[in-house]
Design a protein around this ligand. Structure first.
Ligand code: ZN
Length: 212
């Protein structure tokens, strides 16, 4: 699978050359060609998510519901979750660990955005986390708990934010460099959870179809 054409800033350029690319995710296929302008309507063609449709007050609940659904999948079928039924796609477990890490990272990005004026962020190195084996010891039942905790932590903090805080802007590299509001960080977090929940369901269905 080709590299995403919208890498996070500096992500690919600084990747160690020895990293395996065997489990590249389709993660967030919201390329510049798939969405409207940053200030217009942003829509994920793959999962149908529309950023502007999520009200600030709905962010925590949507994230919590998605995380619970992810946890339910992992708890119901922990063994298939570790399999890679499709080439060049993460396992359901790896998607869930990614969501956990995204939520923890986004929570910190919100904090930085509240303190600094228009900060930029380091990439999270999503592929490297898998390629370097950093999820190797993650177990489905552990990650099920952790993704719910991460969602709870994000939602609790996000729920504290005032309207002026939600309107503060940050520099964001995804899907292309742009000024984003902290409110958008909340919407983006919802998208990450819901999009990858769909990915997990696809991996589980593919595993069911080819259980070998
Ligand atoms: Zn999506």
């Amino acid at each position: 699978m080709p590299r995403p054409h919208f890498p996070q800033r500096g992500n690919g350029a600084s990747s160690p050359g020895s990293l395996s690319r065997a489990k590249r995710p389709i993660n967030c296929p919201v390329g510049a060609s798939a969405i409207g302008s940053v200030r217009d309507v942003e829509h994920c063609e793959e999962c149908g998510f529309t950023w502007g449709s999520v009200a600030n007050g709905a962010v925590a609940g949507r994230i919590a519901a998605g995380a619970e659904a992810i946890a339910d999948l992992l708890r119901a079928e922990p063994a298939p979750a570790v399999r890679h039924p499709l080439p060049d796609r993460w396992s359901a477990l790896e998607y869930s660990a990614h969501v956990r890490d995204v939520l923890l990272m986004m929570r910190d990005r919100v904090v930085v955005g509240l303190v600094e004026d228009e900060p930029g962020f380091k990439p999270m190195y999503r592929e490297e986390r898998v390629d370097l084996g950093l999820y190797r010891e993650d177990q489905p039942l552990n990650v099920a708990d952790e993704v719910v905790v991460a969602a709870t932590m994000f939602g609790r903090l996000f729920g504290l934010l005032t309207s002026p805080q939600l309107a503060r802007e940050v520099q964001y590299g995804y899907p292309g460099p742009a000024r984003r509001t902290i409110a958008w960080l909340g919407q983006q977090s919802v998208h990450e959870v819901e999009h990858h929940l769909d990915d997990m369901r696809a991996m589980m269905a593919a595993t069911d179809a080819d259980p070998a």
